[in-house]
Ligand binder design. Structure first.
Ligand SMILES: Nc1ncnc2c1ncn2[C@@H]1O[C@H](COP(=O)(O)OP(=O)(O)OP(=O)(O)O)[C@@H](O)[C@H]1O
Ligand SMILES: [Mg+2]
Length: 369
């Protein structure tokens, strides 16, 4: 019961000029020296799945120096139907994008993304656990996107309202419309709160399946921070009205909306203490990996798409014992895995149908068959 990426071809992504690979449904391991193109390969995958790189917001940096267009196409295999279909994306330096699914033009990146639930784990992702709340909100919103059909529209609508309300708080000339936008912001809260709550519950339930990764660190707890003080219930519109009324002077001083779903977060504690104060770098990385694997796990309960987990530079900051732990956990997940590293992987990472690739100066070839 699943869909997986059977083939990928890449043209003009950084130093990768032209690559076409057949992937294994289980584990795909790419090894190569520094600068050989391993992260570039995952960037291409990220562009296909999300429309953007995980290393830079500027697509022109990712397109190969001499080229005008970067093209990435994939072939997805649907095991239920025993058939495959193609999808692809082309990006130009000026940002122009062309997306095709099954030979038809598509205008929305979200539609392409819905076919390829990609979870990316990379060394900079350390920030996930202890860095800005932006990262943790995006874990929840990614989950909500794949689990709830209404989420994307609700979130877009919220962003629009927030922008208008912030303009009213900032600019005295627009102040006359503040009450109106406050009302709209209030009306939008209950639904988003529910989406976030559902996503948090699914994430916490899925964390159980990867607890091996973090159980040695201590008692880990993950809770939703609502974006409001603890006593405020975001599903109670009347209470929100009173609350925003009370805080209006404060918000006017700051010139922006200080409360609401856009300020939500995941609160992570170890033995009751905030994680940032307790965990070492390696432990933060393990927890981050656990969160992302749980995120990927939590979508498969509602979706036939199995999901891809990509791990860039697997060994970075993990000692050998923790690499073994990770191999054990990954073996149990039903995800399609794409992993890179500068060295050959531990044999524990390679089931018999794994594909092992070598990357050299932007060229990639299969080492085993
Ligand atoms: N736009 C571009 N066009 C062509 N080449 C590029 C472009 N951007 C980066 N490069 C080159 O691509 C290479 C980067 O490769 P990449 O980051 O994928 O390596 P890597 O295998 O992940 O290395 P590491 O093990 O150090 O992480 C560098 O040699 C860099 O000079
Ligand atoms: Mg790299």
């Amino acid at each position: 019961m699943s869909v997986w990426l059977q083939q990928i071809s890449i043209q003009h992504c950084r130093l990768i000029q032209q690559v076409e690979l057949s992937l294994s449904p289980t584990v795909n391991f790419l090894t190569g020296a520094n600068g050989s193109g391993k992260s570039s390969f995952l960037e291409a995958l990220s562009v296909l799945a999300r429309g953007r790189s995980f290393r830079t917001p500027r697509i022109s940096e990712v397109i190969s120096q001499q080229a005008g267009t970067m093209t990435i196409t994939g072939k997805l295999f649907n095991e239920d139907l025993d058939s495959s279909y193609r999808l692809g994306i082309a990006k130009q330096r000026n940002g122009q994008t062309r997306i095709r699914i099954n030979h038809a033009d598509v205008t929305q990146q979200a539609e392409l993304s819905s076919h390829l639930p990609l979870t990316l784990i990379h060394p900079d992702g350390l920030d996930l656990v202890a860095g800005s709340p932006v990262y943790r909100r995006s874990v929840l919103d990614w989950l909500a996107f794949y689990r709830e059909v209404e989420f994307q529209l609700a979130w877009k609508n919220y962003q629009r309202i927030l922008k208008q309300r912030n303009a009213c708080l900032r600019d005295p000339k627009q102040r006359y419309a503040l009450n109106d936008w406050t009302q709209q912001l209030i009306q939008a809260q209950p639904k988003l709160y529910q989406f976030r709550l559902n996503a948090t519950r699914a994430l916490v339930a899925a964390l159980d399946s990867v607890s091996l990764l973090y159980q040695a660190i201590g008692q880990v707890q993950v809770n939703l921070h609502k974006g409001f003080p603890v006593a405020i219930d975001p599903s109670n519109v009347q209470a929100l009205s009173e609350f925003y009324h009370e805080r209006q002077d404060q918000e006017l001083r700051y010139g922006m909306s200080l409360y609401g779903a856009h300020r939500g977060d995941l609160l992570i504690t170890i033995d009751g203490e905030p994680v940032a104060r307790r965990a070492s770098r390696g432990q933060l990385k393990l927890l981050g990996i656990a969160l992302l694997l749980a995120q990927s796990e939590a979508i498969s309960t509602t979706d036939t798409k199995r999901g891809i987990v990509a791990i860039d530079d697997l060994a970075a900051e993990l000692d050998v014992d923790n690499q073994y732990l990770l191999a054990q956990v990954l073996q149990k997940t039903q995800k399609q895995l794409i992993i890179t590293g500068t060295r050959q992987p531990l044999p524990e990472f390679l089931p018999s149908d794994a594909h092992l690739f070598h990357v050299e100066q932007g060229r990639i070839h299969l080492l085993n068959t």
